[in-house]
Design a protein. Structure first.
Length: 300
């Protein structure tokens, strides 16, 4: 591994999939992708080292080649189900993802030994889509150790609905933003909120010039049950891959209430992509603070 190198993908494998991985690594490099791959970097190697002993190199995706759902494989699949966009499992052989570990909106990659180039094409497309969406890379050590820390989530009540909570979140954010916008007039700005069936459009103007724009959409890069945030004016539709962050409603057994798991690429200005949990009220407060910070930076 080169010092300070940045990679498109990092690879983990079993002895049984070693030759398959070698083919994919070779075709991927020929395609122009940068690949972190070492002959000793098996599932066991990745799974039994502490974070400080793992590569700290930034990667777009960590690719575990899974032929069985052992402890390591289950951890990787669970990370995907929990919304970790940096883990991208590759299914080998006739492996299917168990229902309790399957994300309903993820298309899992599969290795075809007769056509390794097909997997390379899919990887290149995923990397290109991540770049276009502005997704940040992450330390591969943090991705792997974070996935290994995950345990099965407590069962949500039978009446819990992500879509009902999505609707409630959109309604709440729309109400709060509409009520808050007049306060900007004291600083010489005009804020408007347009509320449609699947999008809330927030615009802040001064002298007729738009100085801040935010679209809050139903569905998007994280799945159709999420709330997607797009900063700036874009020609996008609801569900577009364009995203500066997205939030998934999840049930919290600790508080017996719904919280929002925000994967923040830049909507709040952190550009980390690391998920963080918010109550609905706290998410609005963070968004409103960000709007005021952006507006205050405008000098006229």
């Amino acid at each position: 591994m080169k010092e300070n190198a940045v990679y498109d993908v990092a690879v983990s494998f079993t002895e049984q999939s070693r030759s398959a991985v070698g083919e994919v690594v070779e075709t991927s490099r020929q395609r122009g992708l940068t690949v972190l791959h070492g002959p000793d970097q098996t599932h066991e190697w990745w799974g039994h080292k502490d974070r400080g002993d793992l590569p700290a190199a930034p990667v777009r995706f960590f690719l575990p080649f899974l032929s069985t759902v052992d402890d390591f494989g289950a951890a990787m699949l669970r990370a995907v189900k929990n919304g970790d966009e940096h883990v991208l499992p590759v299914l080998v052989g006739d492996l299917t993802v168990p229902a309790e570990l399957r994300h309903p909106h993820v298309n899992y990659l599969r290795f075809d030994p007769e056509r390794p180039d097909l997997l390379t094409d899919a990887l290149a497309a995923r990397v290109e889509a991540a770049e276009s969406a502005g997704a940040e890379q992450a330390s591969v050590a943090e991705v792997v150790t974070g996935a290994r820390r995950l345990t099965n989530s407590p069962a949500a009540p039978a009446t819990f609905s992500r879509y009902a909570e999505q609707e409630a979140t959109l309604r709440y954010l729309g109400d709060q933003l509409t009520a808050a916008m007049p306060a900007l007039e004291r600083s010489g700005f005009v804020g408007t909120v347009h509320r449609g069936d699947s999008r809330i459009s927030v615009r802040v103007e001064q002298g007729g010039d738009t100085v801040y724009a935010l679209d809050i959409q139903r569905g998007g890069i994280g799945g159709d049950e999420t709330v997607n945030f797009v900063v700036g004016r874009h020609q996008t539709d609801a569900g577009s891959v364009c995203s500066n962050g997205w939030a998934r409603p999840v049930y919290s057994a600790e508080t017996d209430a719904t919280v929002l798991e925000l994967h923040d690429f830049s909507v709040l200005g952190r550009s980390t992509g690391e998920p963080r949990v918010y109550r609905r009220e706290d998410l609005f407060a963070a968004l409103w603070q960000r709007i005021n910070t952006e507006v205050a930076a405008v000098v006229r």
